[in-house]
Design a protein. Sequence first.
Length: 122
Amino acid sequence: MRKVFLLLMVIAILSSLNGRPAVAAPPLIPDRIIHLKAQKFFYTPDHITVKQGQRIRIVATSADVVHGFALPEYKINTNIVPDQETIIEFTADKAGDFTFFCSVYCGPGHYSMKGTLTVEEE
């Protein structure tokens, strides 16, 4: 019974394509690329200014241990792993000053590891 159900699902999906291949969403083409370095217990840069409406790509790296990058107003919370680039993409659609911070405990100075994203109205 399970095999029949799976077969019917595959047929339904294939017939819905109408002979056209499935198309993945295109990657975000950034208006601005920012390189961010995380290390105990600060970010470089720790203040980022962008224009409202810009598509932002942050290329984040860690110089020492696993850090986090959390920006709650944009629903972003990701890890930054040493020796890897972490790509963070979003559209800066809300104006204001927003605090980003480390969301992975990284030592005694962890709670002071913060920065500011300023999104300026156009």
